[in-house]
Ligand binder design. Structure first.
Ligand SMILES: *Cc1c(COP(=O)(O)O)cnc(C)c1O
Length: 363
């Protein structure tokens, strides 16, 4: 019996999605985002598998990067928010990490770095073109760039980047405005550029430049959902599955689960699945969220508990203990589950907890 919540990781789907990125952006290099444990898929598994096919990896925290280095990953590794404190610089240099520089504080720390670290740091300079989160003001770019170039510790080829706030909104004019501002700032500067996340890789070819930065699409999630792009068929890398641990006949009028929020209108059978918010299944998934039992779509009913969920199998169901349940993945779009939980697939993937068994499959 397979009662344990398991995330199958389909490595061939990862290959397929990366090939699709390269097909959409044939002239560019690929910085694959591995932050948050590779969106819940296992950073080391993904890093090992993409070794040699992605040009660089991006993470958000220095600990994520050091863990990859200590496991023997030699691919260029970029800290997407750079360093948070100058005290991290020795570690960054020791582990040969690349940094995003997005503010004056970081620049000053580099200017103050001892001259023994000649050319020790590869820098990606971030401009704020409208996200208003990280990045220097566009008008500061020329002087900032010159000051960075003057730092002895900073390597020659600085890459200039920005981040899009709305690449998943095809009708919005925010992205064209950000692209225009980015182009204005960069002018005819002799440096590589990077702007596109997954949404932009799929929908905004004019944002591709020399480096693209796919995250969620590598893992098979369509950031444009429910819109799809012709010829772009992503494959889910994770299938989250578990199994039935009880089948309980109930009568019309019986209610199910905490708070007794669901009451059966007619006699039926309730299936209890060994997965809950303690595994990362979203507690806010509403009644009716689809769940696949033996490949058949049935609705979630009652509240999601820590270790279990309940589904309405129907009065005539022959489902039994041990039967296969898919929560999302190959046969059930995670985007659809996310929609039912009023969140995004990104969050569902990142929320997978440590007790979920990871099964890495080559198919
Ligand atoms: C996470 C991240 C991305 C990838 O975004 P997706 O929407 O997952 O493709 C790209 N660039 C930066 C700076 C990021 O932090």
């Amino acid at each position: 019996m397979q009662a344990i919540a398991t995330a199958d990781i389909h490595l061939n789907a990862l290959d397929h999605n990366l090939a699709l990125v390269k097909h959409l952006t044939p002239e560019t290099k690929v910085l694959a985002l591995l932050k948050a444990n590779a969106y819940g898929h296992g950073a080391l598994t993904v890093a090992r598998h993409l070794n040699g096919s992605a040009d660089a990896y991006g993470v958000a925290r220095i600990d994520e990067a050091i863990a990859l280095r200590e496991a023997g990953i030699n691919t260029p590794l970029v800290l997407m928010e750079g360093f948070f404190s100058a005290t991290e610089l020795p570690l960054i240099i020791e582990h040969n990490l690349q940094i995003v520089v997005h503010c004056e504080y970081q620049l000053q720390a580099l200017e103050a770095l001892s001259s023994e670290h000649i050319n020790a740091l590869k820098v990606w300079l971030k401009i704020d073109t409208g996200m208003h989160r990280l990045g220097i003001e566009p008008e500061l770019f020329p002087t900032f760039y010159q000051r960075l170039k003057a730092c002895q510790s900073v390597q020659e080829n600085i890459i200039v980047i920005s981040h899009l706030s709305s690449s998943d909104e095809l009708q919005s004019d925010v992205t064209p405005q950000q692209i225009a501002l980015f182009n204005d700032c960069c002018g005819s500067g002799d440096f590589e550029r990077s702007l596109a996340n997954s949404g932009a890789i799929m929908a905004w070819p004019e944002s591709h430049y020399q480096w693209v930065r796919p995250g969620v699409m590598l893992y098979g999630v369509n950031p444009l959902y429910p819109v799809s792009i012709d010829g772009v068929q992503l494959r889910p890398v994770m299938t989250l599955r578990s199994s039935l641990i009880a089948v309980k006949p109930i009568h019309a009028g019986d209610s199910v689960g905490y708070g007794a929020t669901y009451t059966a209108r007619e006699d039926t059978k309730i299936g209890v699945v060994a997965i809950g918010y303690g595994d990362g299944y979203p507690r806010h998934a509403k009644a009716g969220t689809p769940v696949l039992v033996n490949g058949r779509k049935v609705p979630l009913v009652g509240r999601v508990s820590m270790d279990m969920i309940t589904v309405d199998l129907g009065a005539d169901s022959e489902a039994k203990i041990g039967d296969y349940v898919e929560l999302w993945g190959k046969n059930l779009a995670i985007e659809e589950v996310a929609e039912n939980a009023e969140t995004i697939a990104y969050e569902l993937l990142c929320n997978i907890t440590a007790r979920v068994k990871i099964d890495v499959l080559s198919n």
